[in-house]
Design a protein around this ligand. Structure first.
Ligand SMILES: N[C@@H](CCC(=O)N[C@@H](CS)C(=O)NCC(=O)O)C(=O)O
Length: 214
């Protein structure tokens, strides 16, 4: 039996990994931490998680300690997705899933986070730069909307949850919750997809176990 522990920070990307572990039907120990009032993870998290960066999520599997939600996702799928449900074998589908796994951080989060940092540093500057950043974020959301229109609209790739959904959902929830895109636009396909995956049993179990709330 694997000896897996998830170091989970509230209101964070950690939900991606709790959800994936539930999708994979794996047993895992869960350590949850609330954020400090600064928004940062508490010092105990940083001491215990065993990484230099001290960012969540962190996964331990036996003697392996891993950070970066995308890398953790790929590791868990390689190790435990024996039926290749989360990372399909079909080459084209697998490539699309990998594209989304990377885009979750490398496009969606990279493009919206400057606004979050600007808000923390200087409200006036944040307001000045927001329209430019919103355009880039809107372009990412337009891409996602178009991808959903090409498929069944319920999942990003194929006809069931894959690692694409478990990675990208948080990015989009974060963009909507923090109002990082233009507020005069709506992405109905994305909203319907989010409702669908959020209603999934594994996602619901992950939320119930961790207390995740954004
Ligand atoms: N690219 C990393 C980002 C990790 C990250 O920035 N985590 C945030 C939470 S979403 C965090 O730990 N923030 C608290 C802190 O920096 O103390 C990943 O995908 O795991």
């Amino acid at each position: 039996m694997p000896d897996i522990t998830l170091y989970f920070l509230q209101a964070s990307r950690s939900i991606r990994i709790a959800w994936l572990l539930e999708e994979l039907g794996l047993d895992y120990k869960l350590h949850t931490w609330d954020r400090e009032s600064s928004g940062l993870a508490p010092p105990e998290f940083k001491q215990l998680c065993g990484t230099h960066l001290g960012k969540a999520p962190v996964l331990k599997d036996g003697r392996l300690t891993l950070q970066e939600s995308g890398a953790i996702t790929e590791y868990l799928c390689e190790q435990y997705d024996h039926s290749h449900r989360l990372f399909p074998v079909d080459q084209a589908q697998r490539a699309k899933v990998r594209e989304f796994v990377h885009a979750a951080e490398g496009a969606f989060m990279v493009h919206c986070l400057p606004s979050v940092y600007n808000r923390r540093i200087d409200a006036t500057l944040a307001e000045k730069l927001a329209p430019g950043i919103e355009k880039i974020v809107a372009n990412d959301l337009d891409w996602l909307e178009a991808e959903l229109q090409k498929g069944n609209g319920r999942y990003l790739v194929g006809d069931h949850v894959t690692a694409a959904d478990t990675m990208v959902a948080f990015s989009v929830q974060f963009i909507f919750r923090m109002r990082l895109g233009p507020q005069d636009r709506k992405w109905e396909g994305i909203e319907a997809w989010l409702r669908n995956v959020e209603n999934g049993q594994a996602y619901q179990r992950a939320v119930a176990k961790t207390g995740h709330q954004l």
